[in-house]
Design a protein around this ligand. Structure first.
Ligand code: FE
Ligand code: FE
Ligand code: ZN
Length: 276
């Protein structure tokens, strides 16, 4: 069973999003778990989350991924922004208790001039406080392109954070983003096995719990983070298929974050399933 899905909007409700995922042939999905801020934003309805939970179980979905807000930065030099990051994550994880057994993925953040070591320490400190043993959710650090002062552009930085965080090891993992790792300089097109071996040595493949499947608009090592549609970038469909079908990654949810809408994601899911 290959779990394939895409990032979808939860703005119209969580159950409705689940139906939309089914309609595009997905058996996993990714979404934001909070409603956007602003005057018209309604509080998240736990009953709606419950209906989504029942639908996912009925339809045999694999684990799903909630994505933290992009503005979250647990390693900003501004202590107020760091405090807000912890507050956001704690709030999102409280909502995720209505969808137990799934993942919560976040961007490690940008150290904004403090240096990689200080940044990794601050990220680990937040995780130590927020990721408690009784959580029903596994929290994932996303591999990043390494643009600007972004942390997570190397497997070693992720290892450092995982080592420093005082959390149960089974509550913390990694989500590998194909566009980001390629932009960070890992050659997944030419040497996928080598990259996965590097990941295994540095972090451990058992920590790799979810995958973002994106092509990249830029060549390996560009440190840009511009996603391309499947087959329309520098990674290529073949390399992405090899990754999805790789025996070392069996059972993980594979999620598209390509620049298109639900219908476009449906076409990409159908294409990948046909080629698998
Ligand atoms: Fe992301
Ligand atoms: Fe991603
Ligand atoms: Zn990205």
């Amino acid at each position: 069973m290959t779990y394939l899905g895409a990032h979808m909007s939860s703005a119209g409700g969580f159950y409705k999003m689940g139906r939309a995922a089914l309609a595009v042939g997905a058996n996993t999905l990714q979404c934001f778990v909070r409603n956007p801020r602003g005057a018209r934003a309604k509080a998240v309805d736990p009953e709606d989350l419950g209906r989504l939970r029942a639908l996912l179980a009925e339809e045999g979905f694999g684990p799903i991924v909630a994505h933290a807000p992009y503005i979250m930065n647990p390693c900003s030099k501004d202590p107020g922004i760091r405090a807000l990051a912890a507050e956001m994550m704690a709030g999102d994880l409280a909502l995720m208790e209505h969808l137990p057994g799934n993942y919560y993925n976040f961007h490690p953040g940008s150290h904004t001039g403090q240096g990689v070591e200080a940044g990794c320490r601050q990220i680990a400190d937040m995780l130590s406080r927020v990721v408690t043993p009784e959580l029903g959710t596994v929290v994932l650090l996303e591999t990043m392109a390494g643009k600007g002062s972004e942390i997570g552009g190397s497997f070693r930085e992720l290892r450092a954070i995982l080592d420093m965080a005082q959390c149960p090891p089974d509550r913390l993992g990694v989500c590998l983003d194909t566009c980001h790792v390629s932009d960070a300089g890992y050659d997944i097109t030419g040497d996928l096995d080598g990259v996965l071996e590097d990941f295994d040595r540095t972090v451990g493949l058992e920590r790799l719990r979810a995958v973002h499947v994106n092509d990249s608009m830029n060549p390996p090592g560009a440190r840009k983070d511009r996603h391309a549609r499947i087959g329309a970038g520098t990674i290529g469909t073949e390399a992405l298929l090899r990754l999805i079908a790789h025996p070392a990654l069996a059972g993980r949810p594979f999620l598209l974050e390509t620049p298109t809408d639900d219908a476009g994601h449906g076409e990409e899911i159908a294409l990948l399933r046909a080629l698998l």
